[in-house]
Design a protein around this ligand. Structure first.
Ligand SMILES: [Zn+2]
Length: 253
């Protein structure tokens, strides 16, 4: 949400012209808030005595506590210095009525201050399989195709209960989780019947997702023409594509 406001560019050309020639301002942003200004404003809005500390705290971007003397102690990330007016209003309303809807406005703003924190990484990444060692494969693929520049982690996926559907013979050989910069490979490929270069191809495919972003439109399109253009550089690409459909029958059959 914050990003949307921020992307408003007052200097951008506009279709209509306002009388003084200035770009329209939405006035969503209050002047830079200091702790003192926030204290005064929120004390007035909420009817409580409010103490504000602006901090750098990535864990709790906003927290509210009651002080022993009855004042409300507010700890806010320094990003709140740029908080738009609706957020300040919601904060005042929250301190007054403690209603969840108001806090949600504050929390949403806080959540957008920093890039989304990385999702917790799986506790342990298993790379060494019975047949294939994913770390070694990743390193070679990284060296051969990506100038050794990628730092993604890799691990076998978990062998969950196999969900077999009579009507479906599709299988997901691998995935790339952007938030964790993590490649996961389906352990079904850790099988001597699977050619080594096919495993390398799947690892390559997922690593390529780290470099070639998906096209986002109405629908997410990770395998757009630009992506395929690079993917086809993999040696024996046509054979890999063939294998990817044939192996399903061998491995899941
Ligand atoms: Zn893909």
């Amino acid at each position: 949400m914050f990003r949307v406001f921020r992307s408003w560019n007052p200097g951008a050309p506009i279709n209509h012209s306002s009388q003084d020639g200035a770009a329209p301002q939405l006035e969503l942003f209050a002047p830079h808030w200091t702790a003192e200004r926030l204290e005064a404003r929120l004390t007035a809005d909420s009817g409580h005595r409010v103490r504000v500390a602006l901090t750098r705290n990535r864990v709790a971007m906003a927290s509210v506590r009651a002080d022993p003397d009855g004042a409300v102690r507010l700890r806010l990330d320094r990003g709140f210095g740029q908080a738009p007016e609706p957020v300040i209003q919601a904060l005042g309303r929250y301190l007054k009525g403690r209603r969840r809807v108001d806090w949600e406005v504050v929390a949403r703003f806080a959540g957008n201050l920093q890039p989304t924190p990385r999702a917790p990484a799986p506790r342990q990444l298993l790379t060494r399989g019975r047949v294939y060692d994913l770390a070694a494969i990743r390193d070679r693929v990284n060296h051969d195709f990506f100038e050794g520049r990628l730092a993604c982690r890799i691990g076998w996926g978990t062998r969950g209960r196999r969900r077999r559907r009579a009507w479906s013979r599709t299988i997901r050989y691998g995935s790339y989780i952007k938030a964790q910069d993590l490649v996961r490979i389906n352990p079904i490929l850790d099988d001597p019947r699977v050619p080594a270069d096919f495993v390398a191809y799947i690892v390559f495919h997922e690593m390529l997702h780290a470099v070639v972003p998906s096209e986002s439109g109405l629908r997410h399109r990770p395998h757009h023409a630009g992506y395929r253009h690079w993917e086809r550089r993999f040696p024996d690409y046509e054979r890999m594509r063939r294998l990817s459909s044939e192996l399903v029958n061998v491995l899941v059959g």
